[in-house]
Design a protein around this ligand. Structure first.
Ligand SMILES: Nc1ncnc2c1ncn2[C@@H]1O[C@H](COP(=O)(O)OP(=O)(O)OP(=O)(O)O)[C@@H](O)[C@H]1O
Ligand SMILES: [Mg+2]
Length: 608
């Protein structure tokens, strides 16, 4: 556990620079990777062990070839037909070892692929759970591009590492070693001959790949930013179009794409030069020249047989191929390691941990804020707020934009935890309530009603999936939206988002229907700021009045007129409660007055 924490701390410490993306260092990525694949580590070891067997078995056909060559050549030299039984046995060995190796290889890949599928599912599940438990402030400093890339691409990138690396890399290492060892067993001079060309190749390859790991991580970090820019661009496209700045917004994307391109080109160009040189050195003719030339001399001196020379030539052609496979895989491994770091960072995001079972249940539906301060990173949103909402009362929260109203309300629903102080319901700190118990007590209708891509009925049923159709319809009727739902293409079964779009007012009332059906004793209400037509406005007001009966309500009033019926009015300014009381108590308060003035309701305030 403590080890995981240390690793997590190391990962969290990786700086993320603003302009040039900083790449995580290799050690960190290795550690991150180890933590992520830990659940399937045993299966991967089984895959690796099978791959070792397959790699060693890969030598047997070469042994068979030497035997066969010797039989054929000595028969030819003796001027007799080769021994058919002997040749048959050798062919069986050749075929048997080939098929056996194939079988072991396939089983090894199956083991790792099954592990990969399991890991994929568990990692995605863990990430979604982590994102789900992250406080709202976590989302503000991350673009959706990063989350998207991590959830989709990065988990996919792990595939190379989990499903292929244990098998293919092991074979690519074990087989050349076993082959070279076999060449040395035949004759040490042949052994030297077999590894000569590959050694030169490896040296050149190592030079070529120098610094590749870090470069790869940097390139990938650039792609991550690029991905974020694309998502931002698309998310904001309506604004971008409306203000005619498509070109400008596009510039940002184009610039980042160019940078990534230049970086890639500058890195790859010199590598290509070395690469062609290396390829020339290990090209088949060169290898053949060395091994056949040297081999012919050795045969002449009677050190080795011609068959051995032919087989060792084949081996020296095989070895560079295996090294190249390793190199090609290195690319995928780098990507996977970078992916692992991002996955680890995402899994490590701040979590709001709720106990599985509530330590204590709320005594009633009162809500209390006690010395609550909250900040989004550097931005202080609430400062030392102490406030009591008696059970069954309506509290209106009012204050200039950015004064912390939404933040205060969402703390009751535990979208975030206060930095200091406590929020409690019925005398119980919300942090000691299980998620289920918390949401059994708190319902909310947010400023921007979040509807899911699901049928209207399912959206209303969200908090009470077992509700009957009649209950759903009753809630929609109370929320003044029943008739409009019936007018949709498939009525209550119409899928929001794909089959129909809805107006802001309709969305708001569906969210209200949801809250009516949920029927929670504490209700958080963030009034819609969007201008709706007067009819719709009246309908929403009626729906709300239906909703707030007998509940503890915290309503964020964006229009001062709607605070008038509240039991108490709380004025927030710059994160502080600056005044509290009824409308009569507050008419002389400067902040309260200025809110009325700005709403153009000065006269109304005076008249009340
Ligand atoms: N997700 C966020 N990340 C960073 N800062 C935030 C975030 N949400 C709000 N803030 C900041 O916290 C402060 C309080 O915001 P909040 O949304 O609570 O204000 P509000 O009173 O609801 O405003 P409005 O009337 O415009 O809805 C503001 O300064 C705002 O910029
Ligand atoms: Mg708000």
């Amino acid at each position: 556990m403590s080890q995981t924490t240390t690793e997590a701390a190391a990962i969290a410490a990786v700086p993320v620079a603003e302009e040039v993306p900083a790449a995580p260092d290799r050690v960190t990525s290795r550690a991150a990777l180890a933590t992520i694949i830990a659940p399937v580590a045993v299966r991967l070891r089984v895959g690796t062990a099978l791959a070792v067997v397959a790699g060693v078995l890969g030598v047997v056909p070469y042994v068979a070839l030497v035997l066969l060559g010797d039989v054929l050549i000595s028969a030819a030299n003796a001027g007799v037909a080769p021994d058919a039984a002997e040749v048959g046995r050798i062919l069986m060995l050749l075929l048997g070892s080939f098929l056996g190796r194939l079988l072991v290889y396939v089983v090894a890949l199956m083991v790792t692929h099954v592990a990969d599928v399991a890991l994929n599912r568990s990692v995605r599940g863990r990430m979604i759970a982590a994102i789900g438990r992250a406080p709202l402030s976590w989302f503000s400093d991350r673009t959706s591009g990063m989350v998207r890339k991590t959830l989709q691409e990065d988990v996919t990138n792990l595939h190379v590492l989990v499903a292929h690396k244990p098998v293919d890399q092991t074979i690519a290492i074990v087989m050349p070693l076993a082959l070279a060892a076999y060449a040395f067993v035949l004759d040490w001079r042949l052994g030297v001959l077999a590894v000569l060309a590959p050694l030169v190749y490896s040296a050149a390859y190592a030079v070529m790949m120098r610094g590749m790991g870090d470069k790869m991580l940097q390139l990938d970090a650039r792609f991550e930013r690029l991905s974020g820019t694309i998502v931002e661009f698309i998310d904001g496209i309506s604004v971008v179009k409306a203000f005619g700045i498509v070109g400008k917004a596009h510039d940002r994307y184009a610039r980042q794409a160019d940078e990534a391109n230049d970086f890639y080109y500058a890195w790859v160009k010199p590598m290509l030069r070395t690469s062609s040189l290396t390829m020339a050195i290990v090209a088949a003719p060169t290898v053949m020249l060395v091994t056949f030339g040297g081999g012919a001399l050795m045969v002449g001196r009677g050190w080795v047989s011609p068959a051995e020379v032919v087989v060792v030539s084949l081996i020296s052609l095989m070895i560079p191929h295996a090294i190249e496979t390793l190199g090609n895989q290195a690319w995928g491994r780098q990507l996977a390691e970078a992916a692992a770091v991002r996955i680890a960072r995402l899994l490590d995001c701040d979590q709001l941990v709720a106990p599985a079972h509530s330590l204590e249940l709320p005594a009633d539906a009162s809500v209390r804020f006690d010395g609550v301060s909250f900040s989004y990173g550097e931005t202080a949103a609430l400062r030392d707020v102490t406030l009591e909402l008696p059970a069954g009362s309506v509290t209106a929260l009012i204050g200039p934009s950015g004064s912390g109203k939404t933040t205060l309300a969402t703390l009751v629903a535990r979208f975030g935890d206060p930095d200091t102080g406590t929020v409690s319901i019925g005398g119980v700190d919300v942090r000691s309530l299980s998620e289920a118990d918390l949401y059994r007590h708190v319902g909310f209708v947010l400023q921007d009603p979040q509807l899911l891509i699901a049928s209207v009925a399912d959206n209303i049923r969200l908090a009470r999936p077992e509700a009957t159709d009649a209950e759903v319809h009753a809630a929609a009727s109370a929320a003044q939206v029943h008739d409009e739902i019936l007018a949709l293409p498939h009525g209550y079964d119409t899928v929001i988002g794909s089959e129909t779009g809805l107006s802001g007012g309709q969305r708001q009332r569906i969210a209200i229907a949801r809250a009516i059906l949920a029927d929670r004793p504490v209700l958080l209400l963030d009034e819609a700021t969007a201008m709706t037509d007067p009819d719709c406005e009246a309908a929403i007001q009626q729906a709300l009045s239906e909703l707030v009966t007998r509940k503890t309500v915290l309503v964020i009033a964006h229009r001062p007129a709607s605070v008038l019926g509240a039991d108490q009015i709380v004025v927030l300014d710059a994160g502080r409660v600056v005044a509290r009381g009824t409308h009569e108590d507050l008419v002389d308060h400067p902040v309260y007055q200025s809110i009325w003035r700005q709403a153009g309701g000065h006269d109304t305030a005076e008249e009340q």
